[in-house]
Design a protein around this ligand. Structure first.
Ligand code: N01
Length: 496
């Protein structure tokens, strides 16, 4: 298997996929299965496959979605080591899936610009490896692929090391260091317990406490794995059972905030049992509704925060030459600052690079508040499929369950065009507006919107442009159909 293909790009393909994580691989699979006659190619900015699971190799990185739901349906993995997968094995799994598509992937190739050529009815895509033309563009850049580092006053004065959790600097030895970790989200709660015994001092800058529930994880025994491999149907049955549990229990909580007290009771019980100091417990108790931000699964966070070399303090206000100052103005001596401050899903860089038929980029069209039709199509952008686009993220289950229907929909749409002798499609503004008008009230009644917190689900206008507010089965059903009346085709689409 080669991970660093540098073969030249062809001049033209039928479908160009951008990004080789779960989404890009799902797209390549569908295209090969349903449209073997089409020339499909994927470009990937990194030297290998894996998306977020390649990038996020911080200490302790693991998944908080059960492994039984964390593989592509066409490449089941009966060999997971635990009920929650470790980063390394998820990355390895994705690399093994990508190995089947190596001849269709060009690594070390970033999209720098893409514009719709109305006359030629194709996309002209500039990449770091040259230009390529394509009829269909499938953007699968991932929603959590761009690290978000806040602008902190004094950053330029700081003399120590600074990096983001998704760009871990393994050459920087943490032994004996005085480390500041900024943020208390899903990344931070995994990093802190892993590094606490290595570093000299650890200062945790907490702006908002997180709701934390126990992580019930266990090793999957060799015998169990052998059963999954050899007894037909067992693996599929377990996957269905876990899916049903996540679907009907957790999604019910997001859609019916009245059920959230059950989760809150569990979270508060864990906090009471694990944190005896009343003042610390008070500071670690959130004041917003549980579920409003992503609930965090760990048994190790609170014990790690109580180690003698750990200080939990307020938000970071500024950096000095040798320190980090908290919201109360107290300076903590540090030589390493790790930003576990999340990503920029509502402002994906690719949106600035893709220009539609009216000369505006996706970012200019969205103006900080991304909207799409079914998450994947955008008016003004013919023959574009945006995987993991607006309102397709989940709070309760596996993103793979959302990405595969999107890849299916892409393939089905291309099939519809083929069957009807058409080459270009575009969703109408009216259909896109209707779709979002139906989605918004659904979003309004979820805990993500009404729970009294701010989170990365809400864009700069306050709209929740990230989450899918219904069940995954609703999404799958919707993506199994193509509504002709919601689209315009070929000559009915203005050139500009
Ligand atoms: O990022 P986050 P993450 N000053 O955005 C704080 C997935 N994921 O990388 O809450 C000070 O959740 C911010 O504070 P606040 C998963 O979907 C999955 O941890 O905004 N602090 C928050 O505490 C997850 O949801 C896994 O007040 C600032 C933290 O930084 C998503 O990735 C593991 C700040 C950011 O939390 C992102 O998780 C890891 C500022 N200016 C990630 N800006 C698993 O599967 C932000 N913060 C286990």
């Amino acid at each position: 298997m080669t991970d660093t293909s540098t073969r030249a790009l062809p001049e033209r393909v039928d479908v160009l996929v951008v990004g080789v994580g779960f989404g890009g691989l799902a797209a390549l699979h569908r295209l090969r299965k349903d449209h073997p006659e089409l020339r499909a190619l994927a470009i990937e900015r990194a030297a290998g496959a894996g998306g977020v699971w390649r990038e996020n190799d911080y200490p302790g990185a693991a998944c908080d979605v059960p492994t039984s739901l964390y593989s592509l349906s066409f490449a089941p993995n009966p060999n997971w080591s635990h009920t929650y997968g470790r980063r390394g094995e998820i990355h390895e799994y994705l690399r093994s899936v990508a190995a089947d598509y190596e001849d269709q992937i060009r690594y070390n190739t970033s999209l720098t610009a893409a514009r719709w050529d109305g006359a030629a009815q194709e996309w002209v895509v500039d990449t770091t490896s040259g230009q390529i033309r394509t009829r269909f563009l499938v953007a699968a850049p991932g929603a959590l692929s761009e690290p978000g580092v806040p602008e902190v006053p004094g950053m330029e004065k700081f003399s120590g090391k600074v990096f983001h959790s998704a760009q871990w600097d393994h050459s920087h030895d943490l032994r004996g260091r005085k480390v500041a970790i900024i943020g208390t989200g899903a990344s931070a709660i995994q990093i802190v317990p892993e590094i606490v015994d290595t570093v000299d001092q650890l200062t945790v800058f907490q702006r908002t406490p997180a709701w934390v529930v126990p992580r019930i994880d266990r090793t999957i025994s060799p015998l169990e794995r052998a059963v999954y491999r050899r007894v037909p149907g067992v693996h599929r049955l377990v996957r269905k059972m876990v899916w049903a549990y996540r679907e009907f229990y957790v999604a019910m909580m997001a859609r019916n905030p009245k059920l959230l007290p059950i989760a809150k009771t569990v979270a508060l019980a864990q906090l009471r049992v694990q944190v005896k100091d009343k003042d610390l417990r008070r500071r670690l108790t959130p004041d917003y509704q549980i579920g409003c931000k992503r609930m965090l699964l760990t048994n190790k966070w609170f014990p790690a925060l109580q180690r003698p070399n750990v200080t939990v303090t307020g938000a970071l206000s500024r950096l000095t030459e040798n320190g980090a100052v908290d919201a109360d103005g107290r300076e903590h001596e540090v030589d390493t600052v790790i930003f576990a401050t999340g990503f920029t899903p509502t402002e994906p860089p690719i949106a600035k690079a893709v220009t539609g038929r009216d000369g505006r980029t996706l970012a200019e069209t969205w103006q900080g508040s991304p909207r799409a039709y079914r998450g994947v199509e955008v008016h003004g952008f013919p023959n574009l499929f945006f995987l993991y686009g607006p309102n397709t993220n989940l709070g309760h289950s596996s993103i793979v369950l959302m990405l595969e229907p999107q890849a299916y929909y892409m393939s089905k749409t291309i099939g519809e065009l083929k069957r009807n002798g058409r080459s270009v499609f575009e969703v109408t503004q009216d259909a896109q507006d209707r779709y979002n008008a139906e989605l918004d009230p659904e979003l309004e009644r979820t805990v993500w919107n009404s729970g009294g917190c701010s989170s990365w689900y809400l864009d700069s206008t306050g709209r929740n442009s990230v989450m899918w507010p219904k069940y995954t089965s609703d999404f799958r059903r919707m993506m199994s159909t193509f509504v002709t009346a919601d689209h315009r085709f070929d000559d009915a689409i203005p050139a500009t």
